[in-house]
Design a protein around this ligand. Structure first.
Ligand code: ZN
Length: 468
């Protein structure tokens, strides 16, 4: 996952801080980070290839940096030997204090050479950009974490609590059977922590080279899928009657299409709308403030909902994504099915969604079945302690940028730690242009300067969270 919740209509910020460059690491560390990024991009870690080759390279680097072999663990589910996860423990002076967990995923989405201008599995530097699959999602973050561990070790840094870094497999595909889900289920002791920092979310948004704002992710929507089904007696195609499974289903779907789930906000989305209001003017400002209240203003919510990204912030959404029906060209259908993809607000419930869906379809002959129990992902509380820590690090890098708590409309591995009871904060360090996000797409790229800054940021972030 790597989607920023861009909510802004503003064209530019026109403030002095907006285009001031941030600090970068000392030259040797900058070179090491670039070297690691190149190594990682050059190893294909798509679903078919797996992560073990990359995990082994990283393990070797950590061992030669002085990490004890027992603190650098390669581990995969027994039936997935090519999908290793690498878990590193940077020990505190005193054992026993509860740890902080840093999360990053090593696997990437497939990329075809013929679709790209460069070889996606070879890091290419061109005009101030790094091109390659995973440069943004998220080998940049993995390289920054690895370089930070090596740098801290060289500097003889000792954290006040254990710092665990989990560089995992299968985020982009099969995430329920591997990655943090597998580690939490089978080896919780390896990654158990009181708080988690996920670099696969959050981060900065640029427009025309100017900094707009930095997002800290506290939550994400919950993924749930329902199957609708209708049946009818069927018969010869020459003798249609009143009861037809396909029409019954599509009539219900038309009603669902017009239905809007009730407006629902969370502590995060209210804070988010309030902060974004401060960056807007006129009606855009007023409407954001009006939905940020404890009781959101329905007219303002209705106006904002015309924008699909804002709509997704304001309510649970459910949409038809697949449909099938009938069994022969010349026969009346006996059965029709549709898949309904829901993205629930983190404070919504599956029972509530199912009831509202049933009401919207308004036909008791349309059956509704939940495909699988969803992975609930409760909002991580936006405590003063976390906000202060994040603000201190972000502003040490990029003074004065607005910091905005957000809920992602998609999901990441953060849902695994959140559902396991570990509050998780998305605190990525990369700045990306709001209009040029190529994660999962062709010619994925990041700015060279932005990468260097994200490495320095990760170093400061790990020290801040390692300090308790
Ligand atoms: Zn990702």
């Amino acid at each position: 996952m790597k989607t920023l919740t861009v909510l802004l209509t503003l064209a530019c910020v026109s403030a002095a801080w907006a285009d001031a460059p941030g600090p970068v690491p000392p030259p040797a560390d900058r070179e090491l980070a670039r070297h690691i990024l190149r190594e990682l991009i050059d190893i294909n870690t798509t679903h078919d290839h797996g992560t073990t080759a990359a995990a082994e390279v990283m393990k070797k680097q950590l061992l030669s940096a002085g990490f004890a072999p027992e603190d650098v663990v390669l581990i995969a589910p027994a039936d997935k030997p090519t999908k290793d996860n690498l878990v590193v423990r940077y020990r505190a002076r005193k054992p026993g204090t509860k740890a902080v967990l840093f999360l990053g995923h090593v696997d990437v989405v497939e990329a075809k050479r013929e679709d790209w201008s460069t070889d996606p599995f070879q890091l290419t530097e061109k005009d101030g950009w790094y091109y390659g699959r995973g440069t943004e999602d998220m080998k940049d973050g993995v390289a920054a974490l690895l370089e930070t561990l090596i740098r801290l070790k060289r500097e003889h840094y000792v954290p006040a609590r254990d710092v665990i870094v989990a560089l995992t497999a299968d985020e982009e595909a099969g995430g329920d059977a591997n990655g943090p889900a597998f580690l939490l289920k089978e080896h919780r002791d390896l990654i158990d922590a009181t708080v988690a920092v996920n670099l696969d979310g959050g981060g900065g948004s640029l427009k025309n080279g100017e900094r707009l704002f930095y997002e800290i992710g506290t939550s994400e929507k919950v993924y749930a899928t329902f199957t609708l089904e209708t049946t009818s007696p069927g018969g010869h195609g020459s003798l249609p009657g009143p009861d037809n499974a396909i029409y019954r289903l599509t009539d219900g779907l038309s009603r669902l299409d017009k239905y809007k789930f009730p407006v629902m906000t969370t502590a995060t989305t209210r804070a988010s709308f309030e902060k974004f209001a401060g960056l807007e003017t006129g009606a855009a400002h007023d409407d954001r403030l009006a939905v940020a209240r404890d009781t959101p203003d329905p007219d303002a919510a209705e106006r904002l909902s015309q924008n699909v990204k804002l709509n997704a912030q304001l309510r649970t959404t459910c949409v038809a994504t697949l449909i099938s029906g009938g069994h022969a060209e010349n026969a009346l259908p006996q059965r029709a099915k549709a898949t309904i993809q829901c993205r629930m607000m983190p404070n919504d419930t599956i029972e509530n969604v199912q009831t509202l869906l049933t009401n919207a379809l308004a036909d008791p002959k349309i059956s509704i079945k939940l495909d699988a129990p969803p992975i609930l992902s409760p909002e991580s509380p936006l405590t003063k302690e976390i906000m202060d820590k994040a603000t201190k690090v972000v502003h040490s890098m990029w003074p004065k940028v607005p910091i905005i708590p957000t809920m992602a409309s998609g999901f990441s591995d953060g849902r695994q730690t959140r559902t396991a009871g570990i509050p998780t904060y998305d605190l990525g360090g990369l700045w990306m242009d709001v209009d040029d996000n190529r994660a999962h797409g062709r010619d994925e790229r990041i700015g060279v300067r932005e990468f260097d800054e994200s490495v320095e940021y990760t170093y400061r972030l790990m020290k801040a969270f390692g300090a308790k």
